[in-house]
Design a protein around this ligand. Structure first.
Ligand SMILES: NC(=O)C1=CN([C@@H]2O[C@H](COP(=O)(O)OP(=O)(O)OC[C@H]3O[C@@H](n4cnc5c(N)ncnc54)[C@H](O)[C@@H]3O)[C@@H](O)[C@H]2O)[C@H](O)CC1
Ligand SMILES: [K+]
Length: 541
């Protein structure tokens, strides 16, 4: 697992390092060295243009330029101001050193001049804006960023691609598209979320100091990015000694006359994710249509109310069935009304692992007038509870109904409000988004995000089914719960990649994921075993 620190905490680590004897100047020297090494490792490609901003990110660029020049590369620096008028004392010092070493530089080039230099460049080092960036890039950086992206050169970004917020992943004024981002000390959330997923290219971590690893952990990471090998704990010993019940029995509770398909897909996804026995319970008015789509999965119809949802009469029977299952998934397509709200509150009282998705979450919002974090007793229970809100649902759960969390870290914070209010039960909030965080009591995990084709109606219903099937396999301890949820997210993403091979990156529908879940699970398990054995997936082929 790799720790991810908020930008303000990275600065704190920087300060801590200085207290432990590694000066900021030394950190900048090492940062520049890491960038230079990355470029030199590309081989003898031709001219290198280093774009330096006015802060310490630019300082890293000047160091890299001097080192590359000394290593024999053909290097030139572009700077918006004369090197001697840089305001950052550190950047000033390293820029002077590079100038004294004879590194050629150009001050405030026009767009045409810049384009001409970039056209010759094999590699561009982007050291314009780093963690000190906020808002939108002001002139001339907006123009320079555009020029870099138009150049076609190989781009190595220093710490963070310029224009991208390392904290939020927002890039409202555009950002450099990097092939590689050499990031200092540790990962930052903006690199892994929002536009960061598109613009960072390969992320190379430069720890800069041997103490960094310890200090980063002490700085209380906002989340941890999962490595494939981490999922070892979620795997089950393969055994032939099973029957359909021991592989896990799942009850899916959902559907309404408006949305029968969501419940059907969730049930199929649970079955394709290894649950041995899946039952779907829906309002009886849609039971027949559900049965026509489900050959293997029994469909139980219970009384329907005037709104086409479960009526109050359904509740007792649902609870009775729930208590006989190894996991329950409630919510897909269910609709929200007083009757379905009472179904959700009754299921919360059952001693069975429970996944609440979609309208079950909206029912929770309704029960708590959008402040679930103020009603922890509602979700305090013995058995595991997984909530899988997307950002709008999450906003509705924590008192921001019209204002969903706008970044990964905001979503993590909202999820934490729920988890910490609950205070110690087996709970995980899977905050879904273009990057998803699985927030448990002790830890927040970031599974590897799936492809953009997952952003399609019904995709969440499929994820709910996967989660339920994985939880149904047996006891999941509190500390492993976020890991199981993260694994489910990666299986979901893997299935989406397989589906995209068949249907194209834009053609995938949620139902296409379902048929690929079994293969995705096998492939993920194999990758985990290989990673644990230290074999790369390519070598394992
Ligand atoms: N993390 C580490 O241990 C190390 C990081 N290093 C590098 O230092 C930068 C952070 O440096 P800082 O001086 O704080 O900020 P920047 O260089 O990113 O930018 C500050 C500079 O940019 C101006 N600015 C801010 N917003 C805008 C905008 N929207 N448009 C134009 N200009 C903007 C601001 O006014 C400043 O002048 C970090 O990323 C690393 O690369 C060190 O090398 C030490 C180790
Ligand atoms: K940069």
């Amino acid at each position: 697992m790799q720790p991810v620190l908020n930008v303000e905490d990275v600065r704190k680590v920087e300060q801590d390092l200085t207290l432990e004897g590694v000066s900021l100047a030394e950190l900048m020297r090492r940062a520049g060295h890491a960038v230079a090494q990355e470029v030199l490792d590309l081989g003898n490609l031709g001219p290198v243009v280093v774009l330096c901003g006015t802060g310490n990110n630019g300082g890293d660029g000047w160091v890299a330029a001097e080192l590359m020049a000394k290593a024999g590369a053909q290097v030139e620096v572009m700077t918006p101001v004369e090197p001697e008028s840089l305001k950052s004392p550190l950047a000033l010092m390293v820029a002077q050193s590079a100038v004294n070493a004879g590194v050629p530089f150009f001050v405030a080039p026009s767009r045409d001049e810049l384009d001409a230099h970039l056209a010759q460049a094999a590699v561009v080092v982007d050291a314009l804006l780093g963690t000190g960036f906020h808002g939108e890039p002001a002139a001339p950086f907006d123009i320079w960023i555009d020029a870099v992206n138009a150049s076609g050169a190989h781009v190595v970004a220093v710490d963070v691609p310029s224009g991208l917020s390392a904290q939020t992943g927002h890039a409202p004024g555009g950002a450099v598209f990097a092939d590689t981002t050499v990031t200092m000390i540790c990962l930052k959330p903006g690199l892994l979320s929002g536009r960061g997923r598109d613009v960072c290219g390969a992320i190379v971590l430069a720890p800069l100091a041997e103490q960094a690893e310890r200090l980063v952990v002490e700085a209380d990471p906002v989340a941890w990015r999962c490595d494939t090998a981490d999922y070892l704990e979620t795997l089950r010993e393969p055994t032939a000694d099973v029957d359909k019940y021991s592989r896990g029995s799942v009850l899916v509770v959902g559907g309404s006359t408006r949305f029968p398909g969501a419940a059907v897909m969730a049930a199929m996804a649970a079955a394709r994710s290894g649950a041995g026995y899946v039952t779907l319970v829906v309002p009886d008015r849609i039971a027949t249509v559900c049965r026509t789509h489900l050959l293997e999965i029994p469909v139980v119809g219970l009384p329907t109310n005037e709104e086409g949802m479960f009526s109050a009469g359904a509740r007792t029977e649902i609870v009775k069935m729930a208590e006989q299952r190894s996991c329950v998934l409630c919510g897909p397509g269910m609709g929200v009304c007083a009757d379905t709200v009472s179904v959700v509150s009754s299921l919360l009282e059952c001693d069975v692992p429970l996944v609440l998705d979609a309208d079950a979450l909206n029912a929770l919002s309704r029960m708590t007038t959008n402040r679930l974090d103020n009603f922890p007793e509602l979700i305090r229970r013995e058995a595991p509870l997984v909530l899988t809100p997307h950002r709008r649902e999450l906003g509705r759960l924590v008192g921001q109904p019209g204002e969903p969390p706008s970044s990964l870290t905001a979503a993590l914070e909202a999820a934490r409000r729920i988890v910490w209010a609950d205070g110690g039960s087996d709970i995980c909030v899977v905050a879904k988004g273009e990057s998803t965080g699985c927030v448990g009591v002790e830890i927040a995990l970031l599974p590897k995000p799936g492809p953009a084709c997952l952003a399609t109606a019904g995709s969440g219903d499929v994820l709910g089914g996967i989660m339920a099937a994985l939880l149904a396999r047996g006891v999941v301890e509190n500390d492993v719960l976020p890991l199981v949820c993260a694994f489910a997210c990666e299986v979901h993403g893997f299935a989406a990649n397989l589906a995209a091979e068949a249907h194209g990156s834009r053609g995938v529908m949620a139902s296409d994921l379902i048929g690929n879940l079994g293969l995705a699970l096998d492939a993920m398990e194999e990758q985990v075993s290989l990673a644990v054995a230290g074999v790369s997936p390519e070598e394992g082929e």
